[in-house]
Write a protein that binds this ligand. Sequence first.
Ligand code: SF4
Ligand code: SF4
Length: 218
Amino acid sequence: MIEGKICDIFSEYSEVIYGFADIAYSQYVDNYKSVLVFAVPYSEQLTLKTYSEEKFEKGIQDAKRVLEEILARLAKMLDECKAKYYIPLVAQSSEEDLEAPFSFKFAAVNAGLGWIGKNDVVITKKYGPRVRLSAVLIDEQFSYGDKILESRCPESCQRCVDACPHKALHNVQWNISLLRRDIIDYKLCNEKRSQYIKEHGRKNACGFCMAACPFGVQ
Ligand code: SF4
Ligand code: SF4
């Protein structure tokens, strides 16, 4: 019943990709059986030719607005159904390990939405990495997607690696057992992006490694 209601909501957002995964792998499993994870495309699908930081940031903020609207509708429906659910925080819990308490990326690969690229971002077939992810933990069972265990980046592709101005990417093909640090020097990436806080009032959106990806724009 709840799955059908979720599908009804997403039928009004045909551009959004979504799926469900069992969260047996997560620390939240004692309270919630599943995660609903969804990917809202950025409003403009930028390439290196069309990229600017301002446009990239705008694409993110536009996607965020759609995402928040969807989350509000899901929350209302789940409240009405008296379902037990939790919307995990997006923000990192510390600037030290730079990890959110619940990984949307890991949920996305478990739900079959995409894989992790050499840029350490979820790559969807339809939009490449140009999506913003969100998730809702729900104490219900759903029709789960097929988990993706390995990268589907072409072996020879390293466009994202070459596009990073700070050489933060290690040119490593992802598989489900790798750690983030195997793929990216995330502290370096964060440090470089944080240098703009004074100037922008926020971290630099820096999307070179995403704009470079051939998935989603061919
Ligand atoms: S966000 Fe910027 S600094 Fe970080 S890996 Fe991508 S291109 Fe490099
Ligand atoms: S640019 Fe190439 S290597 Fe990097 S994430 Fe996209 S497909 Fe994968």
